[in-house]
Design a protein around this ligand. Structure first.
Ligand code: KG4
Ligand code: ZN
Length: 354
């Protein structure tokens, strides 16, 4: 048992990673640092009916899909379980039932094959996504991680050394998009729906607040912090002023106004981080990173000397490839986990300090 824990996966070893923290069932096969040989993402559709992720439905759907998703990733990669040197799974944070499906499957497979296993923090995975496609997205950089559950502004000094600059005090950025979409009668997930609707809207028609932008000094406690729940309330209030129901022809303008407010706050805080750290590289991660207007606004604000790395759509949202890449790093830094490895809904971010 000890020898297994001491094992290191050399640069060329093959990793199988599984991600099941929310509503995507995903598996990836990675050889070396960036050779993604197989990658399958199965997005659960059932939640659309409910306008949000239903944890029990998510766990059951992972259970049904996981065997096939892994088999397909292995087939794409042209390998079998016997070729896997390290088994990795997201250990948290996320929905506990959903996490347990992926982690238990992974531990069982590792046990059966007498191979090491490692648990990965989901948000650390998002930090690595851009680097899978562009080796330039390596530390030091400023990272803006914006997903359905998290909003983190981090100075990545090195892999494993993450200085926390700011986080949300209430709703996550993606959650804000999802809630705004619901208010506007748009489908789940709200981010893409808002972005589509906003394309034909006027962002200045409905002035909405830019929460937490006021503190101009880096010493101000809110300098890097985010808050999106007031923005959602402001949207609701604006709609209330127009009557009981959202007038259909105002939806694009309301969507554009909401998006402009959320994007301005995210982009400005990212630009502040670039100024304060002197770090000109910015890496985006998480589902909201797909938002074009966010990407453009950040590019504008960091100027021609800055460089923005945006993972492709597939790697921005939840996926197992980023978990495999983070596992490569964690294995070299910490070694494998013991068999007591377990999932935690509130797993602390390793290497995060303020
Ligand atoms: O990273 P992710 O796939 O899952 C979590 O870990 O939460 O992020 C999902 C979030 C959802 O809230 C979704 O509305 C948002 O990302 N999102 C977007 C866009 N595409 C996805 N938000 C804004 N604009 C988009 N184009
Ligand atoms: Zn995520």
């Amino acid at each position: 048992m000890e020898s297994r824990r001491e094992m290191r996966v050399p640069g060329e070893g093959t990793i199988l990673a599984v991600e099941t923290s929310c509503d995507e069932t995903s598996a990836a096969v990675l050889t070396g640092e960036r050779e993604l040989r197989g990658h399958v993402i199965f997005s659960q559709d059932a939640h659309r009916l409910y306008g949000g992720v239903v944890p029990e439905i998510a766990s059951r759907a992972h259970l049904r899909a996981l065997d096939d998703v892994v088999a397909e990733a292995l087939r794409e990669a042209g390998v079998t379980l016997a070729d896997i040197d390290l088994f990795a799974a997201t250990a948290g944070p996320g929905l506990i039932g959903a996490l347990l499906v992926g982690l238990t499957w992974t531990k069982s497979a590792a046990w059966a094959r007498d191979r090491p296993v490692i648990g990965i923090h989901h948000m650390e995975g998002h930090l690595f996504a851009a680097e899978l496609e562009d080796a330039g997205a390596a530390p030091p950089f400023v990272a803006l991680l914006v997903s359905g559950g998290h909003t983190l502004l981090v100075h990545v000094e090195a892999w494993g050394r993450y200085r926390l600059l700011g986080r949300t005090r209430d709703d996550a950025a993606g959650e804000a998009f999802d809630k705004a979409a619901k208010i506007l009668g748009l489908p789940y997930p709200g981010g893409p729906a808002i972005e589509r609707a906003a394309a034909s809207g006027d962002p200045d028609r409905h002035p909405l607040p830019r929460p937490m932008l006021a503190g101009r000094s880096p010493e101000a406690p809110a300098y890097f912090a985010f808050s999106f729940s007031g923005l959602k309330t402001a949207l609701r209030t604006r709609i209330g002023e127009m009557g009981d129901r959202v007038p259909a022809d105002e939806v694009p303008h309301l969507a554009a106004s909401f998006q402009a407010a959320a994007v301005e706050v995210l982009a400005e805080k990212t630009a502040r981080a670039v100024r304060l750290t002197g770090c000109r590289r910015v890496v985006l991660g998480g589902g909201v990173a797909r938002n074009r207007s966010l990407q453009e606004e950040i590019r504008d604000r960091i100027g021609p000397e800055g460089r923005l790395f945006v993972p492709s759509a597939r790697l921005a949202t939840d996926n197992a490839a980023m978990i495999a890449r983070a596992a490569r790093f964690r294995m070299s830094a910490d070694g494998a986990a013991g068999w007591d490895l377990s999932a935690r809904a509130d797993l602390p971010f390793p290497g995060l300090f303020s």
